[in-house]
Design a binder for this molecule. Structure first.
Ligand code: FES
Length: 139
């Protein structure tokens, strides 16, 4: 299988079988963001406890790139300290612009092709911007 095909499958898997989609009752920070150019939106809920991201859940609507990226982000960030989560968001920004970055949660690397399509970079970063906002808002 070509790497592109594999990556496409990983993206579609996260789109069709989203991880951490939904809401939670626990005390949490909620961040609502949208992409004004297309109307995609995300509502991200972060449960921040003891300096860590204990749980992350999201709802929203959008293209396969924005929603699969949200699924990947929530999966990658769970259990991370706030500093680690911010570093992850920084790494993602560099990665999505085309720098080579490795992630512990390898599914994220399936989005590497997005860097060639500037219009889609915003799609992929929507959830990560929400993550950053949520952590900064809590501090
Ligand atoms: Fe709207 Fe992708 S087309 S975020």
């Amino acid at each position: 299988m070509q790497l592109d095909d594999l990556y496409r499958r990983v993206i579609m898997d996260h789109y069709k079988n989203p991880r951490n989609r939904g809401t939670m009752d626990a005390d949490s920070v909620t961040i609502n963001l949208n992409n004004p150019t297309c109307g995609d939106r995300i509502s991200l809920q972060l449960q921040l406890e003891d300096g860590k991201v204990k749980q992350a859940k999201y709802t929203g609507e959008g293209c396969s790139i924005s929603m699969s990226s949200a699924s990947m982000m929530t999966e990658a960030v769970k259990g991370k300290s706030l500093d680690e989560a911010l570093a992850l968001a920084d790494n993602f920004s560099s990665f999505i612009k085309g720098e080579s970055v490795e992630f512990d949660y390898e599914d994220i690397e399936a989005l590497s092709g997005v860097s060639k399509f500037p219009a889609r970079i915003k799609c992929a970063t929507l959830a990560w911007n929400a993550l950053r906002k949520g952590i900064e808002q809590d501090n």
